[in-house]
Design a protein. Sequence first.
Length: 197
Amino acid sequence: MGEEWVTRKSLVMRAKAADDAAAWDEFVKYYERFIFHLLHGMNVPTNDFDDLVQTVLVKLWKSLASFDHEKARFRTWLGVVVRNAVWDYFAEGQRRGKLMEKNRDFVEVLDEAPPSEIEARIEKEWVQYITELAMERIQKVFSGEAVNVFTMSLEDVPAKEVSKKLNLTLESVYTLKSRVRARFIKEVKALMDELEG
């Protein structure tokens, strides 16, 4: 976990520096997907995703320097920026009379959603996003068989059934599950350190 993790751990701080284009590119690489997750979780119409992601990234670029780790977790702050950008995007369309009826309904729902509900959505999407990133990482480290054992265990498939389906001994199932699980937990912790700074 050496230098790669140390470098990424300060990604948010590095991206705040206006002269570090490489840090901004890396920031976009990681957070663009999370923004898509949030938009999906907020039930934003998919035909607006690309425009909204760009709008959010511009707002982040402009306001990242004002982020204060002492006042909020980064994902909470990011979620607020995303929510406000989505609201502004649709409110502007509404002012110009360019909203379709389904988008009007969306704006009303977003407007009426209490902050706690929005925070819960952000948290849910964050957990899902981190889980997906961790799974991508363990798939690069373990064989397909080991990942299949772990995935099936996450789906609560009994070890005996996994053993039969994958033609493995019960002992192998337990060993693979344990190894992949340990690495998965390690990856989740590393990702949270990296992406939350």
